[in-house]
Design a protein around this ligand. Structure first.
Ligand SMILES: Cc1cc2nc3c(=O)[nH]c(=O)nc-3n(C[C@H](O)[C@H](O)[C@H](O)COP(=O)(O)OP(=O)(O)OC[C@H]3O[C@@H](n4cnc5c(N)ncnc54)[C@H](O)[C@@H]3O)c2cc1C
Length: 397
């Protein structure tokens, strides 16, 4: 078995991005996806500006700009109890980066777009193909898959588990998923409405005692994402009524909107006990789960890919030894537990925790100080790359 063959399990946004990055590095990639088509349910929307030059290098940024919404308005923290909107617009980093903007695009549309690029590269995505078994030996992996036509065994040098929060690959390598589940669930909703007339910009963290939410402009043409939280003990029945009640509570009884889509989600802070087992690695939600306040869920997964893109091809070609995959795994676990998870948990508490006004003033003082000056705004926007790993091949062992 050639060492340069890779099976990617899962054609979610992280799996397709991994397939694209590894294929562009010369590996022979096949993707297997349990579902028959890309998952279009409302989830991640925001791609932070420091990631965009990498997406450009992979050849997908122009298509993303064409299909998505370009956010030049930057960071906006609405602290309703204090009558403030703390902002940092992207114009302050014009000249610092080739991409002084965030991109908004539903992750289902992102997956579809990357799948089109994979097809052009000749990378096959086998839809309706579910991983169910795994064996490893010194030369490669044998992956059992279930399809409409029955069971098949596929052979490759490496397996990348990008099969999401309920990862089968994670289970097959015997990794546990350690951490905790929140008592609240998030409700991600897509709506058509005129939210600009209500003071919202492209991206908003809205701290409100009873109607806290995260709001993002999806397409610049009236489609918005509004995510709020509710108790996980509420029945799913009646959720549409509760969404409409939430909107009217926030924007008034005469507020006009069309609810386009919604999905309730359980939230976790959890990390797999290992991200590598022999010839298998875990990335994205298969490796770690966070609540999405701050948009670090998908973002952390996409940065897993950028780090793997450096290491796996070098290991597969025999240029460096397999120990670098352990370094990769340790480094990505560190980023999740020291950066992504604490930032997302802290933001969730500040945005949704209904903390008292003095505590709120203190908890948002960092943003207040930075957004008060142009230099501070620059510092804030340029610090958004905290989940990127340094070169792993340059690390000392
Ligand atoms: C409400 C909400 C809002 C969010 N907003 C943001 C945001 O704004 N920014 C952000 O960065 N993140 C956000 N996230 C997180 C983001 O959605 C996830 O981090 C992202 O989906 C992870 O992508 P993934 O490809 O790793 O996994 P998934 O998207 O879960 O994809 C996994 C794929 O694997 C397939 N699969 C499963 N089992 C198998 C199997 N056995 N064999 C083959 N295929 C299999 C699945 O069908 C699926 O297509 C949000 C999450 C929620 C819940």
């Amino acid at each position: 078995m050639a060492d340069d063959t890779v099976i990617v399990a899962g054609a979610g946004p992280v799996g397709v991005m991994a397939a694209l990055a590894l294929a562009k590095q010369g590996l022979k990639v096949t993707v297997v996806e349990a579902d028959p088509v890309p998952n279009m349910s409302p989830r991640a929307v925001v791609y932070l500006h420091p990631l965009l030059p990498d997406l450009d290098r992979l050849g997908i940024l122009e298509d993303m700009k064409e299909r998505g919404h370009l956010d030049r308005e930057g960071f906006n923290l609405h602290v309703v109890a204090l009558g403030e909107v703390l902002s940092a617009p992207f114009e302050v980093i014009d000249g610092d980066t080739p991409t002084p903007y965030n991109l908004h695009l539903g992750q289902g549309e992102f997956t579809t777009l990357v799948a089109e690029h994979l097809a052009r590269l000749g990378v096959e995505i086998r839809w309706g193909t579910r991983v169910s078994g795994l064996e490893q030996d010194a030369d490669g992996v044998t992956v059992t898959v279930e399809t409409a036509d029955g069971t098949e065994r596929l052979r490759a040098g490496w397996l990348v588990g990008a099969d999401g929060g309920r990862s089968t690959v994670r289970e097959l390598i015997g990794a546990s998923l350690d951490g905790f589940t929140w008592d609240e669930r998030f409700v991600a909703t897509n709506l058509r409405a005129d939210l600009r007339s209500r003071g919202f910009r492209s991206s908003n963290l809205y701290i409100h005692p009873t109607h806290a939410c995260v709001i993002a402009d999806i397409d610049g043409e009236g489609l918005w994402r509004c995510t709020f939280q509710e108790s996980d003990s509420l029945p799913e029945e009646g959720i549409v009524e509760r969404i409409e009640e939430f909107y009217r509570g926030l924007w008034g009884p005469d507020f006009e909107f069309e609810l386009v889509d919604y999905r309730p989600y359980r939230m976790h802070q959890r990390l797999a006990s290992k991200l590598r087992d022999g010839r298998v690695v875990l990335i994205g939600d298969a490796a770690h789960l966070t609540n999405p306040t701050g948009g670090l869920g998908l973002t952390t997964g996409l940065y897993d890919v950028l780090a793997l893109e450096e290491v796996l091809p070098a290991v597969a070609r025999g240029e460096v030894d397999e120990g670098y995959l352990d370094l990769w795994a340790a480094e990505r676990s560190r980023v999740f537990s020291e950066v992504s998870s604490p930032i997302a948990s802290g933001l969730k508490r500040v945005v949704y925790g209904n903390i008292d006004v003095d505590e709120l003033r203190e908890a948002t003082q960092y943003q207040r100080t930075l957004t008060a000056t142009r230099e501070g705004q620059r510092e804030m926007l340029l610090s958004l790359d905290s989940v990127r790993s340094p070169s792993i091949l340059a690390m000392e062992r």
